[in-house]
Ligand binder design. Structure first.
Ligand SMILES: C[S@@+](CC[C@H](N)C(=O)[O-])C[C@H]1O[C@@H](n2cnc3c(N)ncnc32)[C@H](O)[C@@H]1O
Length: 353
């Protein structure tokens, strides 16, 4: 391989350089005030509410995260919000997962003695025989799973199914099948770039929305009010389609697994900017609260239990709220970007000391 002047280019060097450039870009993204807005206004209130709902003797969360090299979510949750426990050496109730070995090393250096797993999240959940997966399940359940993915939910290379979605569904089902299921929250972040996503999956999401429309007169009214009779409002707004259908789909999975599911927050923002968006980042959270009666039913006691009704009505409530509530574009919200940028810089500077 040669460059435009005819000089030899070492392919391995080139690949490394590309990877490094990407990482520099990502580092910038993690420090972006918009991302900090999502941490502060989306993640923190949901995490705090999860902590309040758990055992009152518990002072900190058990936290699973794809924290990336700067681990800002971990640092912020600890330093500013006191949501995590830190001993002199690291964060004993945090487990992080990272698929790139060089990034993994950087996280290790930043978080000290904190458990980490080098694997893709998808392998962690789906390859149950691997050591990494066994370790993850020996540490689960967590109170909060922060699945801050850098990629999309339906990569083009994976048709017709998405391994990422498959792994999320498997995790929710696994958590519902534990001996004493506990409640938890999951935060999701994906890149929404229609041109790079698997068309069958997108078609399937639209079909699913259509069938909801046909099945429930109330949803028909709400869906058409929001997106038009032909769903034309969804054609260009891929982020909107995902922010409606993904929480709805995962809400149904949670409901079937025995959890009352609520959507805690939804946001999106354009990248690289509002003027020249090439894609959007979508971010939403779901809380999964275990409905105790379900276990009575699972143990085949004769007594009738209302858990199915509770779950179904919670699911319908969630669906209605997904359809009526607005989804803020963080890039259009007025807030002190300078202030948010400074607080991240101070956080990172304090960590370097
Ligand atoms: C967006 S960053 C995390 C940012 C962090 N949560 C914060 O608040 O600043 C995501 C990290 O997880 C890694 N990652 C993304 N997708 C992954 C996957 N499917 N499995 C494992 N690691 C993944 C990325 O390499 C990156 O280091």
């Amino acid at each position: 391989m040669t460059d435009e002047r005819g000089n030899d280019i070492d392919e391995a060097d080139e690949a490394r350089r590309l990877q490094e450039n990407k990482q520099i870009d990502r580092g910038r993204d993690y420090k972006d005030p918009i991302k900090q807005y999502v941490r502060r206004r989306g993640w923190v209130p949901a995490a705090r509410s999860r902590l309040e709902k758990t055992d009152p003797r518990k002072e900190h969360l058990k936290y699973f995260t794809l924290c990336g090299k700067l681990a800002i979510d971990v640092l912020w949750f600890y330093a500013s919000e006191s949501l995590l426990f830190k001993d002199g050496k690291g964060y004993p109730e945090v487990v992080f997962c990272e698929h790139f070995p060089d990034e993994y090393e950087k996280i290790n250096r930043r978080l000290g003695r904190t458990s980490g797993i080098i694997a893709s999240f998808e392998d962690l959940i789906l390859n149950k025989d691997s050591e990494e997966s066994k370790y993850f399940y020996s540490e689960a359940p967590f109170d909060v799973y922060n699945l801050d993915f850098t990629g999309g939910c339906f990569p083009e290379i994976e048709p017709p199914f998405s391994r990422t979605l498959d792994s999320i569904v498997t995790l929710i089902n696994d958590l519902g099948q534990q001996e004493n299921p506990s409640s938890f929250d999951i935060f999701f972040t994906f890149r929404a770039q229609r041109s790079e996503e698997n068309r069958d999956a997108v078609r399937e999401l639209r079909r699913n929305l259509n069938s909801n429309r046909e099945a429930h007169p109330r949803f028909k009214e709400l869906i058409e009010e929001r997106f038009g009779e032909e769903l034309e409002g969804l054609v260009d707004n891929y982020h909107d389609l995902l922010l409606l259908t993904l929480p709805k789909y995962l809400g149904r999975i949670g409901c079937e697994a025995g959890f009352r599911v609520e959507c805690t927050h939804r946001f999106y923002y354009p990248r690289p900017s509002n003027h020249d968006p090439r894609y959007h980042i979508i971010s939403f959270g779901l809380s999964f609260d275990w409905i105790e009666e379900n276990r009575v039913r699972n143990r085949d006691l004769l007594q009738p239990v209302p858990s199915r009704e509770i779950l179904t009505s919670a699911y319908l409530e969630m669906m209605e709220s997904l359809l009526v509530s607005d989804i803020p574009n963080v890039d259009s919200i007025r807030f002190s970007r300078e202030g948010y940028r400074n607080e991240i810089e101070s956080l990172l500077a304090a960590c370097e000391e």
